[in-house]
Design a protein around this ligand. Structure first.
Ligand SMILES: [Zn+2]
Length: 446
């Protein structure tokens, strides 16, 4: 669960959330995934033009939560955050021979002096040129690990499924510089460990597969995949051991380590790591003082598709009818629904404040559905549509002398009537315990 306090309390009445209410018999478009449909319908994203989307307030909160997880893990992996310009001179892309390779997938433009630029889909050239200009580096400054989280562009032939294959997207890209191949491999292992930590915190099942080095190049690569029918990648997994490989990176028909059969799975690639060696540092002269003159740095590059990861996790977790988030990324963890104005339950309204206090003390971010002109039922429907993982309703059972609150856990999913003490324990132990465990303990204690 996210403990990040960002605009901790929200109010539904004030959120800019243009929801899409499609007519019941509207035909479902063939090329629309459930994540895209849910995210547009619930006012999380909005299409701006082909393959380009606006992240609305709730969508941006999700990105901020993911950014927080990624920043923490990058920091632990010894990386420093920077921000490179979006435009890269075409001259640099010519030096590494990638301008023609990438071809029409690049967005390009010219300035008033007729200089050509690439709207960068990735930044190996820019960052290596930076190191070249400030270099040769001292061996003491190595390893050097620099990353950024920024918008990237790719002029896809067929943009589809919203952020799963967009033309503008947000990516985390890390570039590492080491003295030699052995040191670079140590960095590679550290970063892959960080990636595993990131994916574990998000909580959606993932597969780490051997990847092809493709246009990025290099000597070794691993990919991180989410399994879903709409995925355009195919991962082959051994039926007996932990061997996984992207179909495009192998000719094998059986597992090379245990000779068992390989099973195909449709997936979306959400992260990719490359050991590059000197593919970029040599042509761009990014070097260090080796004691025997200047030597090219051994590099690695590591991508994480932030907006794609958000869409893909929704794709994996949602049902056809309802949006579901990883709890760690949900725009708000809890939605609190106070009684309807003018109803018999309205006398229970003072409990709202106590519940908000408990959530604030537990560092749980929440939103209050303060549109008390609406029935509880209607607001519950809204809550489910947005996919808030937990909903607390102050309703009929909250009016008595020992008040109980409706607690909806959309992750399991289940609904229970619980006391304020149970709510308190649940949100203070959320990272480790289920409601059952807490209730069992509470029963034993009393
Ligand atoms: Zn095997």
């Amino acid at each position: 669960m996210s403990r990040k306090v960002i605009n901790n309390m929200g109010r539904c009445s004030q959120i800019f959330q243009p929801v899409n209410i499609a007519p019941k018999d509207a035909p479902v478009k063939a090329d629309v995934s459930k994540s895209y449909k849910h995210m547009v319908d619930a006012g999380i994203i909005r299409k701006a033009s082909t393959g380009m989307y606006t992240l609305l307030p709730l969508g941006l909160r999700v990105l901020e939560k993911l950014t927080d997880i990624v920043d923490q893990e990058m920091l632990k992996a010894g990386a420093q955050k920077i921000l490179l310009p979006a435009l890269t001179s075409e001259k640099l892309w010519k030096k590494t021979n990638r301008l023609t390779q990438a071809g029409r997938e690049l967005f390009t433009l010219r300035d008033r002096h007729n200089n050509s630029y690439v709207l960068s889909p990735t930044h190996e050239e820019t960052v290596t040129d930076l190191i070249s200009i400030v270099g040769p580096l001292s061996p003491k400054s190595l390893p050097l690990r620099l990353y950024q989280i920024s918008s990237k562009w790719r002029d896809e032939m067929k943009p589809r499924l919203g952020f799963i294959r967009g033309r503008e997207f947000i990516m985390k890209d890390l570039y590492t510089f080491d003295a030699g191949p052995e040191e670079a491999k140590i960095t590679y292992d550290i970063v892959n460990k960080a990636y595993e930590n990131i994916f574990k915190q998000i909580g959606v099942p993932f597969t780490k597969a051997l990847g092809s080095t493709g246009i990025i190049g290099g000597s070794m690569s691993h990919e991180y995949h989410y399994s879903t029918d709409v995925g355009e990648d195919t991962v082959l997994s051994c039926s007996q051991c932990d061997y996984h490989v992207n179909e495009n990176a192998t000719e094998e028909s059986i597992c090379p380590s245990c000779k068992s059969s390989l099973v195909k799975d449709n997936t979306i690639e959400v992260g990719h790591t490359f050991l590059l060696e000197t593919k970029y540092s040599e042509p761009l002269h990014a070097t260090y003082h080796s004691g025997h003159g200047h030597k090219p740095l051994s590099m690695g590059c590591y991508g994480l598709g932030m907006t794609r990861l958000i869409a893909a996790s929704v794709e994996v977790l949602s049902t056809d009818q309802e949006l579901r988030w990883p709890v760690a990324l949900a725009p708000y963890t809890v939605c609190v629904i106070p009684p309807k104005a003018g109803s018999k339950e309205e006398i229970a309204s003072p409990h709202v404040e106590r519940i908000c206090e408990i959530l604030s003390q537990s560092n749980v971010d929440f939103i209050i559905d303060d549109r008390t002109n609406l029935t509880i039922g209607n607001r519950l429907i809204y809550s489910r549509k947005c996919g808030f993982p937990f909903v607390i309703v102050i309703g009929k059972l909250a009016t008595g002398s020992s008040p109980l609150f409706e607690f909806h856990d959309l992750t399991s999913p289940k609904r229970e009537d619980v006391s304020i003490e149970t709510l308190f324990s649940f949100f203070n132990n959320q990272d480790t315990k289920s409601t059952e465990e807490i209730k069992r303990e509470a029963t034993i204690a009393s």
